[in-house]
Design a protein around this ligand. Structure first.
Ligand code: HEC
Length: 55
């Protein structure tokens, strides 16, 4: 299991709304009208990834 922290690349799409690229904002509004996943800052933990495999 591994934590999923917000890194620089994530901020391109999940950063504060006023820092997002205008074209991206437009795409998010049309494709994901209910998106609430913005306003994060670097280092915040967004979740965790797990891998399971049969032994
Ligand atoms: C190219 C744009 C883009 C980038 C870069 C990106 N995401 Fe996302 N992410 C999205 C979109 C779009 C969704 C779907 C939002 C929705 O369904 O409302 C999403 C959904 C998520 C979700 C699930 C929804 C939620 O808010 O819980 C998580 C967690 C997430 N992203 C984490 C990350 C992390 C961590 C990174 C960096 C490693 C990252 N994302 C990079 C666009 C992006």
């Amino acid at each position: 299991m591994k934590a999923l922290p917000v890194g620089d690349v994530c901020l391109n799409c999940h950063g504060p709304a006023d820092t997002l690229d205008a074209g991206l904002k437009n795409a998010l509004t049309t494709t994901y009208p209910h998106d609430q996943a913005t306003g994060y800052v670097k280092g915040q933990i967004r979740g965790a990834l797990t891998v399971k495999r049969p032994l």
